[in-house]
Design a protein around this ligand. Structure first.
Ligand SMILES: NC(=O)c1ccc[n+]([C@@H]2O[C@H](COP(=O)([O-])OP(=O)(O)OC[C@H]3O[C@@H](n4cnc5c(N)ncnc54)[C@H](O)[C@@H]3O)[C@@H](O)[C@H]2O)c1
Length: 269
């Protein structure tokens, strides 16, 4: 029986891994022993994170990847399978946000959030599933695992100025469940994590936008985020990454279709 989170010999890919939560996921998976494809639309960011992992004794390759480009995703999966032989774990983490009052939202806001957060998750997952279906299952019948970074906003619609982002993240949670059901007989596990208020570049941008929209100081908005979090602090990217590691590991062999809250109690269900 496996009772720990080792990923020795496993092959993983992470999108949006050049910064923030994706960077932490890439590091945590590599520390657990996985070989990691660090992908990002920001190629320099991906290169830097892969280099950090190698300097810490891990194995990582960087790939430029815009998740809305399915041809590019296919090439990345082909390249990493050519190098490492298979693909065990794929983390659809890349995501964007913008903020606006509902009445002022533009079609561009809508398309930008839906294209990267929802459609990008679909496009990359399809490529990954096609690869995983060609692989021999392990001794527990598992061919591969997909872990999506959704959001608290994928379950709680009451998120001011984020209607379009909420819609995109509810889509990610729905896609996670639909894929999990359809792919369970094939031995592919599909889960999501739903972070709360995580200290990243995305949060820094949102703090500024929300402060402007509310007409208050950035620090006041940050205090609102902390006050909304029973554990009393902002979340770190590593808080999220450790739960992704659990879902990527044999400890979660009987977990599929879940969207796991990782939010310090900010939203409970
Ligand atoms: N920060 C939070 O509070 C928070 C909360 C819940 C969920 N999330 C989700 O976590 C994920 C990571 O967010 P983060 O906070 O680390 O943001 P971030 O902005 O710090 O990092 C996002 C990464 O995604 C990359 N990216 C953007 N567009 C891309 C594209 N088209 N293709 C590939 N990569 C692309 C960026 O270059 C960047 O490296 C997102 O899906 C986000 O929606 C964040």
């Amino acid at each position: 029986m496996t009772s720990h989170c080792t990923l020795t010999g496993k092959i993983a890919g992470v999108t949006g891994a050049g910064h923030g939560i994706g960077r932490a996921i890439a590091h945590v998976l590599a520390e657990a022993g996985a070989k990691v494809a660090v992908t990002d639309v920001d190629e320099a960011g991906a290169q830097a994170v892969a280099q950090e992992i190698r300097e810490q004794g891990g194995e990582a390759l960087a790939f430029p990847l815009d998740v809305t480009d399915q041809t590019a995703a296919t090439e990345v999966v082909q390249a990493l399978v050519a190098r490492w032989g298979r693909l065990d774990i794929w983390c659809n983490n890349a995501g964007v946000s913008t903020m606006n009052r509902f009445v002022d939202l533009t079609e561009r806001d809508w398309d930008f959030n839906m294209d990267i957060n929802a459609k990008g998750t679909f496009l990359c997952s399809q490529v990954v599933v096609r690869q995983m279906l060609t692989q021999e299952p392990d001794e527990e019948g598992i061919r591969g695992r997909i872990i999506n970074t959704a959001s608290m906003a994928g379950k709680r619609g009451n998120a001011p100025f984020l209607a379009h982002y909420v819609a995109s993240k509810f889509a990610v949670v729905g896609l996670t469940q639909a894929m999990a059901g359809e792919l369970a007989p094939e031995g592919i596990l599909v889960n999501a994590v739903c972070p709360g208020y995580v200290r990243t570049g995305m949060q820094e941008r949102e703090l500024r936008w929300e402060a402007e929209l509310r007409g208050v100081a950035v620090e006041d908005v940050q205090q609102l985020y902390i006050a909304d979090t029973p554990l009393g602090r902002l979340e770190t990217p590593e808080d999220v990454a450790r739960v992704v590691l659990f879902l990527a590991s044999p400890l979660a062999n009987f977990v599929t279709g879940e969207a796991v809250n990782v939010n310090g109690g900010a939203f409970m269900e």
